[in-house]
Design a protein around this ligand. Structure first.
Ligand SMILES: [Zn+2]
Length: 168
């Protein structure tokens, strides 16, 4: 790939992340508070997942986006309540569930179940050739919306949510 058109594309991508002045930012993410950035990322992921779900067939992406939305919503909670700092967010995926269990957002059993679900999805995506289903996509999107809504209610910060279509 070196010295080919791929190399040129890599140079452009590197530059896009190095020199960000004058670039077009994603809407709704221009908030200064670290916690709110995570919340808004969750909102945007949910919105993207809903948009893709409306079109038949993007189950894998919907499932992936839903898992990340769950993580972002929880990270928002941890930051908002001062249980984590921005540096702490370089978590392993499963660590965020564990930490939320430790601070009693939910029980450690619930955290384990979320972790198992994540691991099972990972294993199926990477190690088996299982095809994601419409049912799994629907269930994961509903779970991600429920976690998002619960945390918003729990923190009384529903007004900070920018989801167009509220789950409930
Ligand atoms: Zn939202």
């Amino acid at each position: 790939m070196d010295d080919s058109y791929v190399d040129d594309a890599l140079i452009d991508a590197e530059a896009a992340f190095q020199e960000t002045r004058g670039q077009t930012g994603e809407s709704d993410l221009n908030v200064s508070e670290a916690a709110l950035v995570q919340l808004r990322k969750a909102c945007r992921l949910l919105e993207a997942a809903r948009t893709l779900r409306e079109q038949n067939g993007y189950y894998t992406v919907v499932i992936e986006a839903s898992f990340v939305a769950v993580e972002r919503s929880i990270q928002f909670y941890l930051l908002q309540r001062g249980h984590a700092s921005s540096e702490d967010l370089r978590y392993e995926h499963t660590a965020v569930y564990q930490q939320a269990g430790e601070v009693n957002l939910f029980s450690e059993t619930f955290a384990d179940r979320l972790m198992q679900l994540w691991k099972q999805n990972r294993a199926e995506v990477y190690y088996r050739e299982t095809v994601a289903s419409a049912e799994q996509a629907d269930a994961m999107l509903s779970l991600a919306e429920a976690v998002h809504q619960y945390i918003l209610d729990f923190t009384s910060l529903t007004h900070e949510c920018v989801c167009c279509q509220k789950s409930r």
